[in-house]
Design a protein around this ligand. Sequence first.
Ligand SMILES: [Zn+2]
Length: 166
Amino acid sequence: MRKALSTLAALAVLAAVLLGAYRLYGWAREREASQCPLCHRPVHGHTAFSAVLDGREVRVCCPRCWLTFLRVAGGTVQRPMATDYTTGKPVPAEECVYVEGSDDCPCCSANILVGTSDKVPAAQCFDRCLPSVIAFAQRDQAVAFSRRHGGAVVSYQTLLNEVGNR
Ligand SMILES: [Zn+2]
């Protein structure tokens, strides 16, 4: 009876350890999936971009990181999907219009420019997600956004041409 109890206790400890390891593995996988492989920032719901590149799923934080990824890696692209900034819904990249170079960069942290009380000019450091590229499913919303935040309204093809791709 005593041996049976100790075996049961050992099995319970083993089950707890395995469950903990499984949860840790799941947490690590989830964290990896929600992090941009290029800039290592979190992939935000309203700016994410995904595609299949040479048979491998790529998910980055924003269209700018996608363009950089494409320029560097090259390859055969399938199902490029942008995220409509207004609704957060995935939309085929070719169907979106983009605002490039606005003053809004959802990826960037607010502390790129460090303000000082004595108004000393500060130079902006390089940021991988700049100039920002924000996708919109509706052209009129892209135009309205660019009126508020600056930037140019461009097509997906224009962005691809800029990085010398197709
Ligand atoms: Zn990124």
